[in-house]
Design a binder for this molecule. Structure first.
Ligand code: WQD
Length: 344
């Protein structure tokens, strides 16, 4: 007996695919839509290999209202949406702000418009700790001040939260759970799916594992003169499976008629870790050296940000559980699998 039908937009992406696996494992039917601009349809095969279930897959962009209307017509009975679909490269968003505002906000608005007419109860929105900017105090709670976004990408997340809030305040008969992620890392333990960025990775872990396997000459640690214990930036790195499981909990909240119309949760471990500590932990966990040098600071980087996850722990009933060493071993296993398959 299915617990419900969930639409996962951006579901062949890094976080979307891992969430699709956890939803299927928890008894939900999953429909994926993805424009494949930053992922491959092969990911659907990986989801099937892990779960034994092949989710329905539609190739298309939710930025096109006709695509969204057709999707709901062809897949009736969707109970909730998890919206991952978005352009998400911080640096690119500075160069192409109009693309980011058009794509990310049209996707959300097109989905919101189709919810009530199709009886969709709620939407989980993929937000980000970037809404906090450089916090005055760490750890950040959901009540920490929202700072002016430092990139158009981050601004699309802030504006999206406001759009959802205003839509619900206007009387739309829908609910929302907004999840503010910290730094997702790692891959599925099976190494059937994982993080596969196009081109030169911007994020730390894929660049680190590509360096460890010899695809990159060295890892540049962007800045060791920050006001932190070892001079490198501090982040809250959260295992991708733990993050995926937070979305299952969020769907359960949405489908429970007794919960509030809109809730916001920080999804992090509550532990701040420096870049150097991450490199050291990777080397200890895998026995593999990561050639690295200290380089100049990267423009736009936050010095330190990590979560107070108490609300998610106590209200959502979710807690990060995966030890960091296991997460990093999974990331390494994925990099090795990519080489075995000749993908990189
Ligand atoms: C982490 C740390 C870098 C690469 C981004 C987005 C954020 C969210 C998560 C979507 C920083 C350092 C990195 C490298 C390095 N994405 N670093 N050398 O910037 O914290 O957050 O991803 O929601 O919105 O901004 O993640 O992995 O790029 O960087 O030293 O080659 O690693 O300086 O301190 P970030 P990141």
């Amino acid at each position: 007996m299915s617990k419900g039908k969930i639409l996962v937009t951006g579901g062949t992406g890094y976080i979307g695919s891992h969430t699709a696996v956890e939803l299927i494992n928890s008894g939900y039917d999953v429909v994926i839509i993805d424009d494949l601009s930053n992922s491959s349809a092969d990911v659907v095969d990986g989801i099937e290999r892990i779960t034994g279930v092949r989710p329905a897959f539609v190739e298309g962009s939710c930025a096109n209202p006709h695509v969204v209307a057709k999707l709901f017509a062809e897949h009736p009975g969707i109970n909730a949406i998890i919206n991952f679909a978005a352009s998400k490269a911080v640096g690119e968003s500075v160069k192409k702000p109009l693309l980011y505002y058009r794509n990310n906000l049209n996707i959300l608005i097109n989905l919101l418009e189709q919810m009530a007419p199709n009886g969709v109860k709620g939407i989980v929105f993929s937000s980000s700790c970037t809404v906090y900017g450089e916090p005055d105090i760490n750890p950040v709670t959901e009540q920490s001040p929202i700072k002016k976004a430092t990139s158009p990408y981050g601004n699309t997340k802030q504006i999206a939260e406001e759009i959802i809030t205003d839509a619900i305040a206007s009387g739309e008969p829908i609910k929302s759970v907004i999840l503010r992620y910290f730094n997702p890392i790692g891959s599925h333990p099976s190494a059937e799916i994982g993080e596969l960025p196009n081109g030169v990775p911007q994020n730390l872990i894929p660049y680190l594992t590509q360096t460890a396997i010899g695809l990159r000459e060295k890892l540049s640690i962007f800045g060791n003169d920050y006001n932190t214990p070892d001079g490198t930036c501090i982040r809250d790195y959260i295992d991708i499976i733990d993050l995926a499981r937070a979305h299952v909990k969020a769907v359960e909240r949405l489908l429970d008629p007794s919960t509030p119309q809109i809730e916001i949760f920080n999804i992090g471990t509550g532990n701040g870790l420096s870049v150097k500590q991450l490199v050291d932990t990777f080397e200890e966990a895998t026995g593999v050296k990561v050639p690295h040098v200290y380089a100049d600071r990267r423009q736009g980087d936050i010095e330190q940000v990590w979560a107070d996850p108490a609300l998610a722990n106590n209200v959502l009933g979710w807690k990060a559980e995966t030890p960091l060493a296991e997460t990093l071993k999974n990331a390494w296993r994925w990099q090795l699998r990519l080489r075995e398959r000749g993908i990189m």
